[in-house]
Design a protein around this ligand. Structure first.
Ligand code: ADP
Ligand code: MG
Ligand code: ZN
Length: 560
């Protein structure tokens, strides 16, 4: 009788690989963290850092980055041992994590500029004792860049061989190409420069190539650094862009009431005032219990609002984007951007705060071109170099392209931006575009000649106050006084767009803006308001390079 063939079972190589700390790692997972299994890449990161290697972890928001450094911090059988030093950008983030760890019976302390002497001395004592009692110390980057006392503590730990590793959380903050530059993060090159033999873990949810390269260089992650990346797709999130018109608030209220009644969500607004107004109107005009949250509130009020939302007593929070960073609330069922985010990185991080528990959740962005103007103004007025302004404009332009592209899968678009190829077929109609096109490839209409008309029209209407709306009206064929008085209805292109919808004409103009063929210029009037007027940027509209890109965006889908 032939021998029974040996069955080969495919197993995760990480599971098979045994290290001297493997038993401790499993034990810590079950007993300290009360979890059964690791998520993708967590064990790889843990093994690499326990082996003394540098690690760069790229994981989407909610992927479980904290585990990659919290767990090894309590394992004492790695190549390096002692205290894990975690650098995190915000005190609120630090407080959340330290509290969470203490609740698990893990000793974590913090050192930051807002502490009083007593607390500070308590933390210092824990780090200075011959066998430090704390497994982790959480600090803001300023501690590394500015505190000689803290550097002294680190030197002491190092000499006693009790400096286990450095952790740089939210590592994209080092990069000026990112959306969240923190100047003090730059100084973190000090860690590897001073202690090349102490392993460092950098973690971020931003996978933009330029940012990645910056992080590696600035933090001095060497050639043998282990980079762990994975798909950034969040399959349980539904993505949708809605047009933000005069009815937006009613639409938002209906969305909350009809689709997410009694569920927790976040509505992001750009300004503090917008947070207050939106929360107020949702309450007064639509009977939705909502609260606002922003940096200008009293600390006590802020904490109360956050706690009420975390507990589920308040379901809807209208907040600036700082809210929710690092907050570990699993059951956020929707994230609304009521104003335009300034980058796709930011958008993806913020939407990522929905559905951490893996259950279906919705991400809605209300888009209005007005918000592009607001961001543009911020950029123009900001105090940075010309190159940085240009870079921010490019980043903003990508957001615009994303919003006006109603043809391609949202996931494909965003993930492409992060350098990942995502096939729309895998979206399974969990974004507005795929659902609308229902799996079919959208038909494209060549609008090169319409584009030329619009550019000619803007040129002909100049010099004058050529607003986006006035161009739409003239091209559509309006006979209103605003059009006829200056004789714009007599221009050769007037009315040539009568077969298009106004929405499509608007989209066409936005495509031309996104392609830098048209440009808006801000003009301040006497009473301090500013208006935006269109001008033509390029002179050679016939160059194929420019017209060839146009059809792509205007798919078969037109919204009313
Ligand atoms: P990130 O920092 O990547 O955004 P977090 O570290 O805050 O994510 O973790 C997000 C959520 O996932 C938390 O609720 C955390 O408890 C949970 N989590 C992390 N790892 C696991 C795991 N292995 N099994 C189950 N839940 C996990
Ligand atoms: Mg995190
Ligand atoms: Zn899709």
């Amino acid at each position: 009788m032939p021998k029974q063939p040996v069955r080969i079972v495919a197993a995760d190589p990480d599971e098979l690989e045994q290290h001297r700390w493997s038993v401790d790692v499993r034990k810590a997972l079950r007993q300290r963290f009360k979890l059964q299994d690791f998520r993708p890449n967590q064990l790889k990161a843990i093994n690499a850092t326990l082996a003394g290697k540098d690690v760069f972890v790229l994981m989407p928001t909610g992927g479980g980055k904290s585990m990659c450094y919290q767990l090894p911090a309590v394992v004492t059988t790695g190549v390096t041992r002692g205290v894990t030093v975690v650098i995190s950008p915000l005190i609120s983030l630090i407080v959340d994590q330290v509290t969470g760890l203490i609740n698990k019976g893990i000793t974590a302390v913090t050192l930051n500029s807002t502490m009083d002497a007593e607390n500070r001395n308590f933390s210092l004592a824990q780090l200075r004792s011959p066998e430090p009692t704390a497994s982790l110390v959480y600090v803001t980057p300023e501690m590394i860049s500015k505190s000689a006392q803290f550097k002294d503590v680190l030197q002491g730990l190092y000499q006693r061989k009790r400096l286990a590793r450095f952790v740089v959380d939210e590592a994209h903050c080092v990069s000026r190409w990112g959306h969240d530059l923190r100047p003090d993060y730059k100084e973190l090159s000090w860690c590897k420069a001073t202690y090349p033999d102490i392993p460092l873990i950098a973690l971020t949810a931003t996978a933009n190539e330029r940012v990645k390269a910056d992080v590696k260089e600035i933090l001095r992650l060497g050639r043998d650094c282990i980079t762990l990346s994975q798909s950034f797709n969040r399959s349980n999130l539904f993505y949708e862009i809605r047009k933000k018109g005069s009815q937006a608030l009613g639409d938002l209220a209906a969305f909350i009431k009809n689709e997410h009644d009694g569920e927790c969500g976040i509505v992001y607004c750009l300004s503090r005032r917008a947070c207050e107004e939106t929360a107020d109107k949702l309450r007064k005009e639509h009977g939705i219990a909502s609260n606002h949250y922003h940096a200008n509130m009293e600390k006590g009020d802020r904490q109360r609002v956050q706690l009420a939302w975390l507990n589920g007593d308040v379901k809807v929070i209208c907040a600036t984007i700082a809210f929710g960073m690092g907050i570990d609330k699993p059951n956020v069922r929707y994230v609304v951007h009521y104003n335009l985010p300034s980058s796709l990185e930011g958008y993806y991080q913020e939407t990522g705060r929905a559905g951490r528990d893996g259950l279906p959740s919705t991400c809605v962005l209300y888009f209005s071109y007005k918000d592009i103007r607001v961001h543009d103004r911020f950029i123009n007025e900001s105090n940075v170099s010309w190159e940085q302004k240009q870079s921010q404009r490019e980043i903003l332009n990508k957001v615009l392209q994303y919003c006006i592209n109603t043809a391609d899968c949202r996931r494909t678009q965003v993930l492409q931006y992060f350098g990942e190829n995502f096939s729309a077929a895998q979206c399974k109609e969990t974004c507005d575009n795929c659902r609308m096109n229902s799996g079919a490839t959208p038909e494209f209409t060549d609008v090169s000649s319409e584009a030329k008309d619009v550019v000619a029209l803007v040129r002909a209407m100049n010099p004058g106050k050529v607003t986006m709306n006035s161009v739409i009206d003239v091209y559509y064929g309006s006979k209103s006084r605003k059009v006829t008085e200056p004789g714009h209805d007599k221009l050769p292109e007037a009315g040539k767009g009568s077969k298009m919808t106004k929405t499509d004409i608007e989209r066409l103009i936005m495509v031309l803006l996104a392609q830098n063929i048209l440009k808006e210029r801000d003009v301040h009037n006497k009473i301090g308001f500013s208006n935006s007027y269109l001008i033509v940027r390029i002179t050679d509209m016939d160059s194929r390079e420019h017209s060839a890109n146009l059809p792509h965006i205007l798919g078969q889908r037109t919204e009313g």
